[in-house]
Design a protein around this ligand. Structure first.
Ligand code: ATP
Length: 151
């Protein structure tokens, strides 16, 4: 007898927002409290609304979760992972990540969905991120940023 698991697919969007301060690249990260009670460091990301493109959702999620507004320069890539919801459903999630150049805003204006938001120097931000797939996205973003700045 086989038991078929109920699987739900979700698509989200997120971003790496950056700026240069005194010749150093800084990126915007958020912290959340995981179900275990531990603090996790993440890239800002979230649900794509029905009337939104993935790009619009990335700009909105970055703005809501970090307080920072940016403009998209490029697509970085996608990650996928799964988890079990409170209703014990398996959720398979794809997240599109974009590179955003900082325009305006302050991290104190992050919303209540996150515990905190802040700017971190790029090199410090990589080991802080809790999920390997987001560390890989940030490393790829770093290569893109260096490429843009050297032009
Ligand atoms: P939303 O969909 O509104 O952004 P959410 O909390 O429902 O919010 P996630 O942030 O995807 O959705 O978190 C759901 C689960 O997936 C949590 O258990 C979280 O720890 C885990 N999770 C979050 N990001 C990742 C990731 N990059 N890689 C693996 N697991 C992750």
């Amino acid at each position: 007898m086989s038991v078929r698991e109920k699987v739900k697919e979700q698509v989200s969007s997120g971003g790496v927002i950056f700026r240069e301060v005194d010749g150093r690249i800084n990126v915007g990260l958020i912290t959340r409290t995981a179900r275990s009670g531990l603090t996790v460091y993440c890239l800002p990301k979230g649900w794509i609304e029905k009337d939104e493109t993935p790009e619009e959702a990335a700009i909105r999620e970055v703005r809501e979760e970090t307080g920072l507004t940016g403009r998209i320069l490029n697509k970085i890539g996608e990650i996928n992972y799964f988890f079990y919801s409170d209703k014990k459903e398996k959720i398979v999630k794809d997240v599109h990540f974009y590179l955003l150049e900082y325009i305006s805003g302050i991290t104190a204006d992050h919303d209540e969905e996150v515990d905190d938001a802040g700017w971190f120097p790029f090199e410090e931000a990589i080991p802080l991120l809790s999920y390997k797939n987001e560390r890989e996205i940030l490393i790829k973003a770093g290569d893109m940023i260096r490429n843009i700045i050297s032009k």
